[in-house]
Design a protein around this ligand. Sequence first.
Ligand code: KIV
Length: 266
Amino acid sequence: MKPVTVSTLSSMKAAGEKIAMLTAYDYSFGHLVDQSGVDVILVGDSLGMVIQGHDTPVPVTVDDCAYHCRCVSRGVERAMIIADLPFGAYQASIEQAWTNSVHLMQAGRAHMVKLEGGELMAETIDHITSRGIPVCGHIGLTPQSVHQLGGFKVQGREPDAAKRLKNDAAAQQEAGASMIVLEAVPASLAKDISESLDIPTIGIGAGVHCDGQVLVLQDMLGIYPKQSPKFSRNFMLDNDDIGAAIEDYVASVKDSRFPAVEHSFK
Ligand code: KIV
């Protein structure tokens, strides 16, 4: 089985093949998600909510991410594994971002790191990528900044905010990012951004025109005890077991049945 690499992702975008990404945080689910055909596994700092039971990802540490990523990596053969740089692990300085990225690659066995923030992060992305670590950006609703944003809200609805997000995406691509997550932005804006970039975009609450999709595993299995976001879908409602639900998710992303209009924003 050929492993998914940054070249695979860029060929998928060029060929118009959608990228299916899903979170996982442990060995057993890492294995199942990989075997179910997911292309990219994200060990997201959403683990703060779905694994640790916090209300936000803010309390998550880089050691938490490295630990869960290492567990996932033992179960995965094909998928690319991305680890989140959590809140406070990369904003202090470029050196801090580099050191913690190395930690996620070495201790966590990640293949790529993800960080939140727009143009402001371009210098950091340039530093990390030019020294050999691929980076995925994350713009729009950036959950680590939930207290600054005033809640988990759709971003980029006003013309100025939309323009800022387009600039953020262009700056991150220019800085060397391999991929960008667009979270909770209007579908039309995500389409514009996706069409303007050479690198793939991965949407979550960003409409069907992104180059791929990501969901939080516990949301798409309907097992998160608190409220899941409107942009998620419970794939267990139509499937008898977890493997089938994940395969349904992958197939639905690949043929653009997910996300539907009701999972998207105007
Ligand atoms: O932490 C996470 O799981 C994420 C996704 C929601 C994109 O960043």
